[in-house]
Design a protein around this ligand. Structure first.
Ligand code: CA
Ligand code: CA
Length: 232
């Protein structure tokens, strides 16, 4: 039940809008997932995928990016990207069209000293670079190279518990089951996936349906999802 509530919360947060007016990127999608089943135990390394989503109709050519930070003890990133320090990760792109999504992965370490069932969290926010015209009048120039573009989104994990979403979870409800299979079959039959924009478009579930990540959703992906369901 906890997982389902978390997923709903995360999806809801996808509709947050920017407060700074910083260019055209208006939302960071907090859909977080992993290829692993569970968040690792203390001493392990976890991988988190997060999708940056431009929910406006307009393109953003002002260097959109995503920054993920953690203030939780025992958690650090193995690669900070362009961010400084081990408690921060950043990824940037040159631009993105309206309605498109970009995906970035980050790896995090859970210290062996962390307690069992350790509850930790990340904060994700969408950014744009070079947003000086929108900076507060009293801000220093270097403070305004990166502007928060969305409200921060909190992402919670517990060691040993399932990730909010996994590959195969087409309807993003936190479970991989018959509902996902039915949706994928219906979408294949209706020709929905033949739209070239589907993959990074409005329906992020398409990404989760493409199990083998070959940019095509077909019987091979269905077989992989069925195997997952059968494996329990
Ligand atoms: Ca599902
Ligand atoms: Ca595929």
């Amino acid at each position: 039940m906890y997982i389902k509530q978390l997923s709903i919360c995360l999806l809801f947060a996808a509709y947050l809008h920017a407060e700074t007016g910083c260019e055209l990127l208006t939302a960071v999608s907090p859909v977080v997932f992993s290829y692993d089943d569970e968040v690792p135990q203390p001493g392990g390394t976890g991988t988190m995928g997060i999708i940056l989503y431009n929910d406006s109709d307009s393109s953003c050519y002002n260097y959109p990016g995503v920054r993920i930070t953690t203030e939780s003890d025992y958690i650090s990133f193995t690669n900070s990207g362009s961010c400084e320090g081990e408690n921060c990760f950043e990824s940037w792109w040159y631009g993105m069209d309206g309605g498109w999504s970009y995906l970035t992965f980050t790896e995090f370490l859970i210290s062996p000293e962390a307690p069992e069932n350790y509850n930790f969290q990340f904060t994700a926010v969408a950014l744009t670079l070079h947003c000086e015209p929108y900076c507060p009048p009293d801000s220093e120039p270097w403070e305004c190279l990166t502007c928060p573009n969305t409200e921060p989104v909190q992402i919670h994990f517990v060691t040993g518990e399932a990730y909010p979403n996994r590959m195969g979870d087409e309807n993003l409800d936190g479970m991989i089951d018959l509902l996902d299979i039915v949706r994928i079959i219906n979408n294949i039959n209706s020709g929905y996936y033949e739209n070239p924009d589907y993959y990074y478009g409005q329906n992020m579930g398409s990404y989760f349906a493409d199990m083998n990540q070959d940019y095509s959703i077909n019987i091979q992906d269905i077989v992989m999802i069925v195997s997952l369901i059968m494996a329990g």
